[in-house]
Design a protein around this ligand. Structure first.
Ligand SMILES: Cc1ncc(C[n+]2csc(CCOP(=O)(O)OP(=O)(O)O)c2C)c(N)n1
Ligand SMILES: [Mg+2]
Length: 346
């Protein structure tokens, strides 16, 4: 995947229109991006100290997507995603403490230390994970949307997946069902150009991934995911359509991950030039510069937010350190909704 093929991502885009958004929105976008970045930088540090083990897939570079989604949907809406999910979970309202403790495998983690990096979950926050099987969340998200429609809740289900998952058969079955039954679902493919070490260009005949939706007559569009504004705007458009009962909407949000697929991937399959190009679009740096340019926050206010976020992440690590490991008996808890399920009853 060459950087030049990924249209709609250039520095300074939307400049004229950027100042029309409220200070409150800008602050939320900045805080969201910064919290995710600092949280995950901590996780990488903790991984190198072997406090966190197993898989760890970070979202660094893709944070503007989480920020734009957060300000465009409602807390009662459902959301489901894949394993690159720490940042999305934080924006849904799961605490950095519960998320960090989960990564440490501790009992105070958001799933009691039994899920780890790929399997955060919170019914309370309408966050359905955290799914390790590539594409598995697409039919599950479709099913959640079916339940919302059946219960006439007025809620929608945002169903997110990677470009690699877009090649799974489950996507095609889900898209067909969702269109046929006009389900309230926004499908989002976070196209970061790679599935592990394999580029979209090497594995997909169709590289404009949003065009897949058109085969189902599903409204579909490509969105620049390096800044929260285009994401926020696209989500508002999609949510309005979906809530009106017209059925699903598909967004291909174009983004880039700065790190390897997981902590153990040196990412030798991409060029230094490509990475350097995307670093010029770093959502954290761009949004911070925008805050000053459009007089949304001044340097002192930005510094205060940075200190608050830094302190929050220090506290999250201290909390995770102090939390106990789950007891041995916890192995037999929460496996089934029915506590006395026959196979585990003595
Ligand atoms: C069904 C299935 N096949 C293969 C894998 C191994 N696998 C894990 S991540 C991954 C790449 C997925 O890439 P993408 O969907 O683009 O997500 P990204 O990592 O870029 O966020 C693969 C093939 C898996 N977990 N599940
Ligand atoms: Mg990918």
């Amino acid at each position: 995947m060459a950087a030049k093929n990924r249209a709609g991502q250039s520095k300074g885009q939307n400049d004229g229109a950027k100042s029309k958004y409220s200070r409150n929105l800008w602050e939320q976008w900045y805080r969201t991006i910064l919290r995710i970045r600092r949280f995950e930088e901590k996780t990488l540090m903790m991984y190198s100290q072997q406090k966190i083990r197993g898989f760890l897939h970070v979202y660094i570079g893709q944070e503007a997507i989480a920020a734009g989604i957060k300000t465009a949907i409602r807390p009662e809406d459902a959301l489901i995603t894949g394993y690159r999910q720490h940042g999305i979970a934080l924006t849904r309202g799961l605490s950095s403490k519960a998320c960090m403790a989960e990564l440490f495998g501790k009992a105070d983690g958001c799933v009691k230390g039994k899920g780890g990096s790929m399997h955060f979950f919170s019914k309370e926050h309408r966050f359905f994970g955290g799914n390790g099987i590539v594409g598995a969340q697409i039919p599950i998200g479709t099913g959640i949307a079916f339940a919302e429609k059946y219960q006439q809740s007025g809620n929608i289900c945002v169903t997110m997946f990677g470009d690699g998952a877009a090649r799974q058969g489950a996507l095609y079955e889900s898209f067909n069902m969702a269109m046929t039954w006009k389900l309230p679902v926004i499908y989002i493919v976070e196209n970061n150009g790679y599935a592990m070490g394999t580029s979209v260009a090497r594995t997909s005949n169709v590289q404009e991934l949003h065009s897949i939706g058109r085969a189902f007559d599903m409204p579909s569009e490509a969105v620049d995911g390096m800044h929260p504004i285009p994401v926020h705007d696209a989500l508002l458009r999609a949510a309005e359509h979906v809530r009106s009962g017209e059925g699903p909407y598909f967004l291909e949000i174009r983004t880039y991950r700065y790190r390897g697929h997981s902590v153990s991937d040196p990412a030798n399959y991409r060029s230094k030039e490509e990475l350097a190009h995307y670093k010029t679009l770093d959502p954290l740096e761009v949004v911070e510069a925008d805050l000053l340019r459009f007089n949304m926050l001044d340097a002192a206010e930005i510094a205060t937010i940075q200190q608050e976020v830094q302190a929050e992440m220090e506290e999250a690590v201290a909390f995770a350190e102090a939390s106990p490991y789950p007891s041995a008996e916890a192995l037999f808890e929460n496996n089934y909704t029915q506590a006395d399920y026959p196979f585990i009853a003595e």
